[in-house]
Design a protein around this ligand. Structure first.
Ligand SMILES: Cc1cc2nc3c(=O)[nH]c(=O)nc-3n(C[C@H](O)[C@H](O)[C@H](O)COP(=O)(O)OP(=O)(O)OC[C@H]3O[C@@H](n4cnc5c(N)ncnc54)[C@H](O)[C@@H]3O)c2cc1C
Length: 457
């Protein structure tokens, strides 16, 4: 059988009570209130969030995922896919009860972040005053998924189909009465609202016929799990990111002596990094972090001069990150990086969320955070529509979702895209301008706080 069905639970409720029917004895077989296309972090979080919402828990929801059935990963090793998540994302995971599970297994609060420019040496660091709170939490993507999947046993009217690749969709704008999804296998489903959570190549976004502005950065993100000598940084609570002209190299803490790597670099260099034997790879990494790339005397002299005359003084001292001792076997992998933004997130009968709507460079750790923000807003708007007796595909509510999320996502998307352009460059005037910008931001606490709060909200 090419398509594997998994009916986790199909219950028809009286209110939100549970009356387990166990079969698809629904009003119309094949029709759902909501179909979510794509069961990555963002699609799965929407499934749990809708199903746990008091106003929406009577709705029948189907999630279609092209990959095979999710299986929890072994915990003997750390996964190489991790995310730096902000307070709002932790809040979402708490609201669907997934955070208790993550907390019981592992996650790492980051108390400080140092970001610096390899060419000018100018640095900025982010932390709460007196280290009173974390600036982000590092969580393995698998653990977030497992935490959410564990909630499904208690959910009502939720169905997940794996190996269910969406082939094409018809929407009310194409003349269809309801949104209609056809799988590669030929099976068809209809729904009131189709949600595209199917990643940056979204089939659902294409069916919505919206423009999608894309840029391929011609960069790969090389990830790995690293063992560090943290003798000078007890607790390993600092995240490090150094901007090289080929892209940033970052260490995200996982435990007292393990960190996760995201090294953005050219295609050719990424290929080389993956081929190197472990000791060569570790040497290349230590060199990238420790090598002095300051070669422009113009930049050096201007920055020194600014230091002597500027009324804004910061006590910023450039710290050296811990030395990398080893790379864990089999943990190296690479992912293509790009920018994408849909011109619209909603049309009658369909919306897009997560990477299907916006894809951003991982340098600022914002991708899944923006996606979780979409999930919170869409849940709120659909709940409001239902409470007011409107249909889930009422365009008035869907446009409200779109407007609110455009307002939140666009400044971050554009800011990160601009940073990518400004930093992956060693043109002297640009290096000078960005270094002066960093110096100024670092020495004016309200400005620094503004950036910090936007990124960590
Ligand atoms: C190296 C790297 C590091 C990152 N670090 C961070 C970080 O620290 N913090 C952060 O916030 N973000 C980070 N991100 C970004 C983050 O990983 C993504 O934004 C997030 O995973 C997107 O989730 P998604 O569910 O929207 O999309 P995806 O993860 O792409 O999921 C889409 C799902 O849809 C399924 N699918 C696709 N097409 C179909 C179809 N036709 N039919 C059915 N199913 C389909 C796929 O199988 C997949 O499961 C990072 C990204 C990279 C590459």
């Amino acid at each position: 059988m090419s398509t594997m069905f998994k009916i986790l639970q199909l219950r028809i409720n009286s209110g939100c009570g549970k009356r387990l029917l166990g079969t698809l004895a629904a009003k119309e077989a094949g029709h759902y209130d909501v179909i979510i296309g794509g069961g990555g972090l963002v699609g799965t979080s929407l499934l749990v969030s809708l199903a746990k919402n008091e106003t929406l828990c009577n709705k029948k929801i189907l999630m279609l995922e092209g990959a095979s059935e999710y299986k929890p990963q072994s915990r003997s090793k750390f996964s190489n896919r991790v995310s730096a998540i902000n307070k709002q994302s932790v809040q979402l995971l708490k609201s669907v009860n997934a955070w208790d599970f993550i907390e019981s297994i592992r996650y790492k609060p980051v108390m400080e972040m140092q970001v610096w420019d390899a060419i000018s040496g100018e640095s900025i660091n982010f932390n709460h005053p007196n280290f009173s709170d974390s600036v982000a939490c590092i969580v393995e993507n698998d653990l977030m998924l497992e935490g959410m999947y564990r909630q499904l046993n208690d959910l009502l009217n939720v169905r997940i189909m794996n190996e269910a690749k969406i082939d094409y969709c018809l929407l009310p704008k194409d003349g269809a009465e309801k949104s209609e999804v056809t799988l590669k296998s030929g099976e068809k489903f209809t729904c009131d609202l189709l949600v595209g959570a199917d990643g940056f190549n979204s089939t659902i976004r294409k069916a919505m016929d919206v423009n999608n502005y894309t840029v391929m950065y011609k960069q790969m993100g090389v990830v790995a799990t690293l063992e560090l000598d943290t003798s000078e940084y007890s607790g390993n609570t600092i995240a490090w990111q150094k901007f090289l002209s080929t892209g940033p190299v970052a260490l995200l803490p996982l435990t007292d002596n393990l960190s996760s790597l995201v090294w953005t670099t050219t295609y050719d260099h990424a290929r080389e990094l993956l081929k190197m034997d472990p000791s060569e790879f570790v040497n290349a990494l230590n060199e990238a972090f420790s090598k002095d790339y300051r070669k422009s005397s113009v930049v050096n002299n201007v920055m020194k001069f600014v230091d002597t005359v500027s009324p804004f003084k910061s006590n910023q001292m450039l710290l050296m990150p811990p030395k990398v001792l080893n790379v864990q076997d089999g943990s190296r992998a690479q992912f293509p990086l790009g920018f994408g933004h849909a011109s619209s997130y909603a049309c009658k009968g369909a919306v897009v969320i997560g990477d299907a709507a916006h894809r951003v460079h991982p340098m600022a750790g914002q991708g899944v955070n923006l996606g979780y923000g979409d999930v919170l807003k869409l849940t709120e708007v659909l709940s409001e529509a239902t409470y007011n007796g409107s249909n889930l595909n009422d365009i008035q509510y869907l446009l409200k979702y779109e407007q609110e999320r455009l307002k939140a996502n666009l400044p971050i998307m554009l800011g990160v895209h601009a940073l990518q352009r400004i930093y992956c460059n060693d043109f002297t005037p640009l290096v000078l301008a960005r270094s002066l910008g960093v110096k100024f931001t670092n020495s004016v606490p309200p400005l620094k706080r503004f950036f910090m709060e936007r990124a960590m909200a």
